[in-house]
Design a protein around this ligand. Structure first.
Ligand code: FES
Ligand code: FES
Length: 163
């Protein structure tokens, strides 16, 4: 039986994209399967692990829990869109320097959640970083280095900003 596809315009990483999707498709499915943005990871698909975290109008959300049709008209940012020039941004650079990725599976979600935090609070405390990342699970248990990387990115950005 053929399924009905609905036209949908999404704005992903600053680009308006027209895509035809099924009513029940999640944002995670559309990003990965229809738009080939595979940086956003599948894991639990129940809003438990944070591997699928994206920004929806600047707010970190689990893409596995968002119906793609409901994201029409919103700005979606995936890990691929975090660096405008295609290189590493200060947060990504700090993850590299701090060895904050082991298998790296959780890393896209961590980066997106940390981006949301730093956009709200450029100088978060360790506790605030841990709170912001508490929905992102790292099965390699690399939390210490991940928090360190976010702290380093915040310090570096504030130093650059203050001249
Ligand atoms: S795959 Fe979405 S929260 Fe785990
Ligand atoms: S680095 Fe492996 S899950 Fe986090």
């Amino acid at each position: 039986m053929s399924r009905t596809l609905h036209p949908c315009r999404l704005t992903v990483n600053g680009e308006p994209i027209d895509v035809r999707i099924e009513a029940g498709e999640t944002l995670l499915e559309v990003l990965r399967h229809r738009l080939a943005l595979t940086g956003t990871k599948y894991n639990c698909e129940q809003g438990e692990c944070g591997a699928c975290t994206v920004l929806l109008d600047g707010v970190a959300v689990d893409a596995c829990l968002v119906l793609a049709l409901s994201a029409a008209g919103s700005e979606v940012t995936t890990v691929e869109g975090l660096s405008a020039e295609g290189g590493l941004n200060p947060l990504q650079q700090a993850f590299v320097e701090c060895d904050a990725a082991q298998c790296g599976y959780c890393t896209p979600g961590m980066l997106v959640s940390a981006t949301a935090l730093l956009s709200q609070d450029p100088a978060p405390s360790e506790h605030e970083i841990m709170r912001a990342l508490e929905g992102n699970y790292c099965r390699c248990t690399g939390y210490e280095r991940i928090v360190l990387a976010v702290e380093r990115a915040a310090e570096r950005t504030s130093t650059e900003t203050s001249g």
